[in-house]
Design a protein around this ligand. Structure first.
Ligand SMILES: Cc1cc2nc3c(=O)[nH]c(=O)nc-3n(C[C@H](O)[C@H](O)[C@H](O)COP(=O)(O)OP(=O)(O)OC[C@H]3O[C@@H](n4cnc5c(N)ncnc54)[C@H](O)[C@@H]3O)c2cc1C
Ligand code: SF4
Length: 334
C-alpha cells in the first residue's frame, strides 16, 4: 500500500478545506470501500481525511414531513429506523439486501452512494481501465460482461454503479445536501451520478472536496407501498445482476402514480421515467407492467463478452419489474 498522511479535522468545514486544498486527498467514511481500494492500489492518495464523528449521525423530521438523514448515519441504523421502515420500505429493503451485517454497521449514508464500481478490471490494477487510468482502454469491452451495463454505457466504459441504497433513493426523489469549498448546495439524487460518456473516471457531479452532509427524503405517501427486489448470483453477500425499486398507488384497479428505478444496469441508478409514464393511468395488470418495462428498455444495448455477454439482463429486468409491481398492487397495506 502506498503510504499516506492521515488528518483528523475538527469539523465538516475543516474536512472540506483539508480535501479541497490537496488534489491527492480523499475523505474516509466507514472505510468499507476505500480501505479495500487503498490495499489493492486502485487509489493512492497522499492524504486521507477522516470523517468519524464529524457528520450528523441522526435522522431529523422536518416540518413538511421530509426526513433529513445525516451522512454519518450507518446503513444499519437507516434500515432499522421505524419511520423509514413504515414510510419507505423500499429503502429499508434495499439497504438490507446489501453487503453483510458487519459491513452495514460500518458503512455510512454519505459513503454508500459514492462507492466505486465492482467491475473486476477496475479493481485489478494489472489491466487497462479508463475509469482507474483515463485513456488506458476498457478491458471489460469484449471481456467479462455479465455484471455490466445495458443502458447508458459508452465506448469508454460499460461499468455499473453498485449501490442498492442509491437505487431506492433515486426512485424516492431524494436530495443530496453537500458542503463544498464554495458553500452548501442541494442536488437531486437522480443528478448525483453521471453516465460515463468520455470521462468515466468521474462517477458523480461532486467537485473535489465536496462533502455529502445529508440526504433528504421528501414525504411521499405512495412510498408506503414500495419494495426493492434484487436478483443476484447467490442469495446474500452479492451485488445485483439487476434490481428494481418501485412504489405504486393503485385505485380501483388503475395505477394512479408510480416511482421506478433500476439497479445493476447502468453507470448510475437508473430512474425509469418512461416506465412510470407508461404505468400512470394503466390497469394494474401484468400486461401494463411488461409494457412499462419494454418502454424503458427500448434503448437497452447488451454487451457481448467472453462469458456469453449480458443480453439476459433485458428479459430478466422485465420479469423482475413485473413481479415487483404485481406484488405491490396486491392487497393495499394502508
Ligand atoms: C464484501 C462487500 C460486499 C458488499 N456488498 C454490497 C451490496 O450488495 N450492495 C451495496 O450497495 N453495497 C455493498 N457493499 C459496499 C458497501 O455498501 C460500501 O462499501 C459502503 O456503503 C461504503 O460506505 P463507507 O462509509 O464505508 O464509504 P467509504 O469506503 O469510507 O468511502 C467510499 C467513497 O466515498 C467517499 N466518501 C465517504 N464519505 C463521504 C462523504 N460524506 N462525502 C463525500 N465523500 C465521501 C470516500 O472518499 C470514498 O471515495 C459491499 C462491500 C463489501 C466490502
Ligand atoms: S467497464 Fe469501466 S470500470 Fe470496467 S474496465 Fe471498462 S473502463 Fe474500467
Amino acid at each position: 500500500m502506498k503510504p499516506f498522511d492521515y488528518f483528523s479535522p475538527t469539523d465538516a468545514a475543516d474536512a472540506v478545506r483539508g480535501v479541497a486544498g490537496n488534489p491527492g486527498a480523499v475523505f474516509l467514511g466507514g472505510g468499507t470501500n476505500l480501505v479495500d481500494h487503498l490495499k489493492l492500489g486502485v487509489v493512492g492518495p497522499d492524504l486521507v481525511v477522516g470523517l468519524a464523528g464529524l457528520l450528523p449521525a441522526g435522522i431529523e423530521e422536518l416540518g413538511d414531513g421530509t426526513l433529513r438523514i445525516g451522512a454519518g448515519v450507518s446503513n444499519s441504523g437507516l434500515a432499522a429506523d421505524p419511520r423509514v421502515r413504515e414510510r419507505f420500505p423500499v429503502l429499508s429493503q434495499a439497504l438490507l439486501s446489501g453487503a453483510s451485517g458487519q459491513l452495514r454497521n460500518m458503512a455510512t449514508v454519505g459513503g454508500n452512494p459514492l462507492q466505486r464500481t465492482r467491475c473486476v478490471y477496475f479493481q485489478d490494477v494489472t489491466t487497462p481501465c479508463n475509469k482507474r487510468e483515463p485513456g488506458s482502454g476498457c478491458s471489460a469491452t469484449g471481456g467479462w460482461t455479465r455484471y455490466h451495463a445495458v443502458l447508458g454505457a459508452s465506448e469508454h466504459c460499460i461499468a455499473v454503479h453498485p449501490s442498492d441504497m442509491a437505487v431506492a433513493m433515486a426512485a424516492l426523489d431524494a436530495r443530496v445536501r453537500t458542503l463544498g469549498p464554495v458553500g452548501e448546495r442541494t442536488i437531486p439524487f437522480v443528478e448525483l451520478h453521471r453516465l460515463p460518456g468520455d470521462a468515466p473516471e468521474r462517477d458523480t457531479v461532486l467537485e473535489h472536496g465536496e462533502l455529502i452532509t445529508a440526504i433528504e427524503l421528501p414525504a411521499l405517501p405512495l412510498a408506503r407501498r414500495s419494495a426493492y427486489r434484487k436478483v443476484r448470483d447467490r442469495a446474500s453477500y452479492a451485488f445485483a445482476l439487476v434490481s428494481v425499486a418501485a412504489a405504486i398507488d393503485v385505485e380501483d384497479g388503475v395505477i394512479v402514480d408510480a416511482r421506478v428505478a433500476f439497479g445493476g444496469v447502468a453507470h448510475a441508478p437508473w430512474r425509469a421515467y418512461r416506465a412510470e409514464e407508461a404505468l400512470r393511468g394503466a390497469p394494474a395488470s401484468d400486461r401494463s407492467y411488461r409494457a412499462a418495462a419494454e418502454a424503458e428498455l427500448a434503448d437497452a444495448r447488451p454487451a457481448e463478452g467472453l462469458d456469453g455477454g449480458n443480453a439476459f439482463k433485458i428479459p430478466l429486468l422485465c420479469r423482475t419489474l413485473t413481479a415487483t409491481l404485481r406484488d405491490l398492487a396486491g392487497e393495499d397495506p394502508r
